[in-house]
Ligand binder design. Structure first.
Ligand SMILES: Cc1ncc(COP(=O)(O)O)c(C=O)c1O
Length: 365
């Protein structure tokens, strides 16, 4: 039995190596490495794919969020409402622009922000809501959009884990003012390094974002804003152009694996993830809930089944945020951070590994 991997990026590369190698060689011989035809093509194809007017690439998912906050002029003294159960980057960028992240507890079934708890957190300082579509499943985004409209605040969707996910048949990322994606290699649509994308329907903001990602300007030596070096390079863009062509197939494979896990995992001590009715879940992670996680981990390790804990600490308890002096005590996130555990799910997961994972989990007592 070969070793089970938590993800396997090499296998996916093998299936598209010919096209990728050809494109990368062409780019290397062309001498055009930054902001060339591949970036332009990716942005066009990406916008078309998700159904947005404009797509602006950048250096990472983190920068996609950061640039969106900057494009909205969010700054010191402002507040942005988000989830305490996400990768640190979501809240980190709010602090980076000088604003304060405000946390609403999660729905323990979907792991996403509980929209019912958002409105009571809105104050005069609130400038935006930044929900996350965690693990590949949309949050209740239309409800959150209504709250934003009613209160005249912006909506930034963190789609780092949800490329391809839909809510009521519409792609995540296209509900808010900005949809922000990560191309980190383990994401559903991943490149061979770091990369990110922002989508918007606002022409003015799209122009501003193109400047912000390039030191605040498009013309050499003219800087309209204090910006960033946050350009996606041509090699990454060309890899993503290739992968975008097969992403639906890759997401289908993830969904099939998830469905089979749900069918075959049968253990009263292990809860499989819940999928909301109106949600098209693309399973960036397959996250279980177990009461005695340390014991469960020992069992998985004994049988060489890899796992990941996303995320073990609610963000408001992170040391980096100690100066915010949070007084909140959010019971659902406190509980879920102790119970969540993700098992391997990626399009290339082979049948033997899958069967072994199910067998080991079903044997757990
Ligand atoms: C929910 C979420 N937001 C933001 C990010 C940041 O993306 P990147 O690693 O591309 O900067 C990630 C990456 O893991 C993420 O999972």
């Amino acid at each position: 039995m070969t070793k089970i991997k938590i993800f396997d990026l090499k296998e996916q590369y093998k299936t598209i190596a010919k096209e990728i190698n050809k494109n990368v060689t062409n780019i290397l011989s062309s001498g055009q490495y930054i902001l060339g035809n591949n970036v332009k093509l990716l942005e066009e194809n990406f916008a078309k794919h998700v159904g947005a007017k404009y797509a602006i690439s950048c250096n990472s998912g983190t920068d996609a969020l950061l640039l969106s906050l900057r494009a909205l002029g969010i700054k010191k003294g402002d507040e942005v409402i988000t989830t305490p159960f996400t990768y640190f980057a979501t809240a980190e960028v709010i602090a980076l622009v000088g604003a304060k992240p405000i946390f609403a507890d999660i729905n323990p079934h979907t792991f996403n922000i509980n929209y019912k708890l958002i409105e009571r957190l809105i104050s005069k300082k609130t400038k935006a809501i930044m929900p996350v579509h965690l693990y590949g499943q949309s949050c209740e985004i239309t409800k959150i959009r209504n709250i934003c409209k009613k209160n005249k605040i912006a909506l930034i969707e963190d789609c780092a884990q949800s490329f391809g996910a839909k809510y009521n048949g519409k792609y995540t990322g296209t509900f808010g003012d900005f949809g922000c994606y990560s191309f980190f290699p383990t994401k559903n649509l991943g490149c061979a390094g770091d990369g990110g994308m922002i989508v918007t329907n606002n022409l003015g903001k799209s122009k501003m974002l193109k400047k912000l990602r390039n030191h605040g300007g498009l013309i050499r030596n003219i800087h309209e804003y204090v910006g960033y070096n946050s350009r996606l390079d041509e090699i990454q863009a060309s890899i993503l152009v290739t992968k975008l062509k097969i992403i639906d197939k890759l997401n289908d494979s993830r969904i099939k694996i998830a469905e089979n896990y749900k069918k075959l995992i049968n253990n009263k001590n292990v809860k499989v993830p819940y999928q909301a009715e109106n949600s098209y879940h693309v399973y960036n992670q397959f996250t279980l809930r177990v009461k005695k996680r340390t014991r469960f981990i020992a069992h998985l390790e004994k049988h060489s089944v890899p796992y990941g804990i996303y995320y073990p600490i609610p963000i408001y308890k992170q040391k980096a945020f100690k100066d915010f002096n949070y007084k909140c005590n959010l019971s659902n996130v406190n509980k879920i951070t102790k119970e969540c555990i993700s098992i391997p799910i990626y399009p290339e997961l082979d049948k033997n590994s899958f069967n072994k994972i199910v067998e080991v989990i079903n044997k757990y007592k």
